[in-house]
Write a protein of this length. Structure first.
Length: 443
């Protein structure tokens, strides 16, 4: 069911129900008022006839002649009159009055049936006379029906007019929504620009704002996909070329030269594998993928796992751990990402510091966050390079290392997603200090 039909059903049904209840109440009240008015007409006519009889000479004749003409002149149309003595003798009656008596039940209002006709009568006792006026109930009902129809017709027309106005009003009210639908239908599939909200109705602005947020998320996802494709092409081009070159050399040579070419090809494959793993991890961190299933890890276990991943690297023994933590604290970052972040910092320190230099891993809690400081004694970076180092594939111009240039970019992405921070600064004794702040779990 369309929104327009749904609104028409709700509003129209509500109007019909309310108007019907109001019409039943009004018409019922009108019916009672008409009945009261007709009864009042009977009573007034009886009093009028009694007054006329008091002015006639006494005694009244038993045959209705000139007195009857006077009485008839005073009666309203549709009424009949009957005057009886106390002994029950009919003294005066109008020509269309039934032969039977109309007042067998005393004074006041009564309903009597005479033959096939039903009458509504009113009897008044005045001196020695019974004065009864009456009208037929079917005529009363016909009059009441005509009055009710005359009153109900405007109500029905007003209800019908209200439904028509509701139909056009709903169409007019939904026109901004129809315009929005037309605007979106005419858009190109690649057009993810926000929909303007300045001229929209206030009720539609939250909807369009949410739609614009969806467009922004889709645009970000597409941008991440394009960036991943470009990064993968950038990262794989050189290793694949190297592998191909070394394999060609191995095919054209033999002995030690062939073995050396194969070892170089294996090194290029390892580099390509490492770069792809880093690139995939960065893409996962920047996407909406859920890492919560990895669970949380204590700071001590975090350091232990990161160091275990670096055992195969040359100079692993140069890393010294300075632990200022007295209790176990849990990091509010998934285990896999926390371990990968610390491992990347330590790996950079091993790659870019002298082979015989000391690398320090300092662990402490500062301002309700875990501080992991990795200090090396390498060449360091200039102040202008601190932020550049967090970009993808960035390396110093003088670097001879074969890293992917994604390590610090991954750490930065993890901190942005989980509310941490990464600061690079010059170490007091030369080299670089990489300060990683990770939020602690409240549990």
């Amino acid at each position: 069911m369309s929104l327009r039909n749904r609104l028409l059903l709700i509003l129209g049904g509500t109007f019909i129900l309310l108007w019907s209840l109001a019409a039943v109440w009004l018409l019922g009240d009108l019916r009672r008022e008409v009945t009261v008015a007709l009864d009042e007409r009977l009573a007034s006519s009886a009093r009028m006839v009694a007054g006329l009889l008091e002015q006639l000479p006494q005694p009244l004749p038993s045959q209705h002649a000139s007195p009857l003409n006077a009485i008839e002149l005073g009666l309203q149309s549709g009424l009949v009159c009957q005057v009886r003595s106390l002994r029950g003798e009919v003294l005066v009656r109008t020509p269309n009055t039934p032969q039977a008596t109309l007042a067998e039940y005393g004074v006041g209002f009564h309903e009597v049936s005479i033959g096939d006709e039903r009458w509504r009568s009113f009897t008044l006792k005045r001196q020695d006379l019974w004065v009864t006026t009456a009208d037929r109930i079917d005529e009363r009902e016909t009059l009441e029906s005509a009055i009710l129809i005359a009153a109900a017709l405007p109500v029905a027309l007003a209800l019908l007019g209200s439904l028509v106005l509701i139909w056009f009003g709903i169409g007019r009210g939904l026109s901004p929504l129809q315009s929005l639908r037309t605007q979106l239908a005419q858009r190109d599939a690649e057009d993810l620009q926000p929909v303007p909200t300045q001229r929209l109705a206030k009720d539609l602005q939250p909807l369009v704002a949410t739609l614009n947020q969806l467009f922004a998320r889709i645009a970000a996802a597409l941008e991440r996909e394009r960036r991943f494709t470009n990064d993968a092409a950038h990262e794989l081009r050189t290793p694949l070329t190297a592998v191909k070159t070394h394999l060609q050399v191995a095919q054209m040579s033999s002995g030690d030269m062939a073995k050396h070419a194969l070892r170089q090809a294996e090194t290029a494959v390892d580099r390509m594998q490492s770069g792809l793993e880093q690139l995939l991890l960065l893409a996962r961190v920047e996407s909406a993928q859920d890492f919560d299933k990895d669970g949380q890890v204590t700071a001590q276990s975090l350091a232990r796992y990161a160091l275990a991943d670096l055992i195969a690297l040359p100079g692993y023994q140069r890393i010294e751990v300075v632990n200022e933590l007295t209790d176990d604290v849990y990091v509010a970052v998934p285990e896999s990402l926390a371990v990968a972040s610390l491992r990347n910092l330590l790996d950079n320190a091993l790659r870019y510091s002298p082979p015989d230099s000391r690398i320090e891993l300092y662990m402490a809690v500062q301002q309700q966050r875990l501080l992991l400081r990795v200090r090396d004694t390498g060449a360091g970076l200039s102040a202008a390079q601190f932020e550049q180092a967090k970009q993808r594939f960035w390396r110093t111009a003088s670097s001879t290392q074969s890293g992917s240039g994604l390590g610090l970019a991954i750490v930065q992405a993890v901190t942005e997603r989980y509310g941490g921070a990464l600061h690079l600064q010059a170490a007091p004794t030369g080299g670089l200090d990489a300060l990683l702040y990770l939020p602690l779990s409240q549990g």
